[in-house]
Design a protein around this ligand. Sequence first.
Ligand SMILES: [Zn+2]
Length: 488
Amino acid sequence: MHRVDWGERAVETGLRMLRCELRACPRSQSALLAASLLVIAVGENGCSRRAEPAPSPPRHNVLVITYDTTRADRLSCYGYDKRTSPNLDALADDGIRFDTAISQAALTPVSHASIFSGLLPQHHGVRVMYAAEGYRLPREVPTLATILAAQGSKTAAFLSAFPVSEFFGFDAGFDEFDNGLDGRPEGVLTERKTGAWDWESSASQRRSDQTTDRALEWLGETKEPFCLWVHYWDPHDASLRPPREVNQRFLPPPSAGHWARYSGLYDAEVFYVDQQLGRLLDALKNQERYDSTVIVVVADHGQGLGDHDHWYHRILYQEQIRVPLVMRLPGGPKGRVIPELVRTIDILPTILEALEVNPPERSDGRSLRGLVEGRTEPSRTAYAEALVLYDLNARDLLQQRPDDELLHCMMDKSWKLIYRPLHPEKSELYHLDNDPRETNNLFAQEPEQAARLLAELEQLDPFVAGPFGAGTDQEALDHLRSLGYTGD
Ligand SMILES: [Zn+2]
């Protein structure tokens, strides 16, 4: 008798929830059906489980494309004088281009963790490429994939290099996770590096055309709603070379010298990745899914290319952390350019809002919807970090640039502080409006601006007092070494 009474109460509770859902979300017929079925099941079984309504599936598909190592100012839609990005330019004309988007780190795993969690590094926990701890995204951190998978989206990731692999915890929430490390040699320049040890680049990366082939295969077989992440790596270094005809278009003659050739190859790689973006967008259009998909293209960081006496990345000047960010939202504006400062942590809340999916409890980012719709909003400040000293993968950089051992950046649209906690007197302050290339350090001349940004930095409390964990994770170290990823 008691069991039946409880069952009746459960039915009542379930019906109350159902009525609430009806008022809150009249569009979701399938969720209502699922909730009704759950109520019936509870009533019949007298089970003590609380009746939870099933989540309603997201209303749109999601395609996030992350460009590794791609400087905003090397893309034609960001003003570059070579036509390196015709497909991204067209997407920007058809959507929204953010002119001042700041990445939270110029290091692949740290930056990607912020993009997909909407959290600052000190909150998601990925701070370095490698140490005993602090390099893996904890399973309990909600990400775009875990959130949308729980809502019923089909999720897949097609990636091009080891630094976004499951080693760093990026596989959570994906039904299909293709890390790009299957060692298929075709189309890849297999370069045998020699040094402290030998390694083959094809074991840790693949070219963008191969990644795109796999993503297109999956798209063709997958019903909606889906959440697809595609990651491209080509511009990261000189290992993945585009086909000869693309190279010839951008490469200067050998007489131009090594670094001019390197820079030309970079343009060729950026262009080749853009061709792959075009293939993905064409597929969405052919499948009539272009208008029902939230499309985001963003870079994880830029590349030095000789600026500030640095050719690669990890540090925090604008060529490193100002990234391209282009979005197209179903029903959203076309051809809008947003000059305000935004952060890559704002991407996750923006996507979820477009999908009418609740954001996670903790978020450091803020949805960009207001800016997208042309409303005036309180301005943002952006944080970025480089913890070179505690990254066992950054020994070379530490030797070359000892002053860059620990860098914490706080910036607004006009002013930027690069703070060195171990040597505050060597910190840098730039007035970006007057000095966008950061050549005139005003740290000593403008103490009030420096103090203002430092106070904001201290509020975020990103400082690290010592190494991440004790010793090394030997298994992880061996794995990294086999892929050529230990820079000692
Ligand atoms: Zn990267």
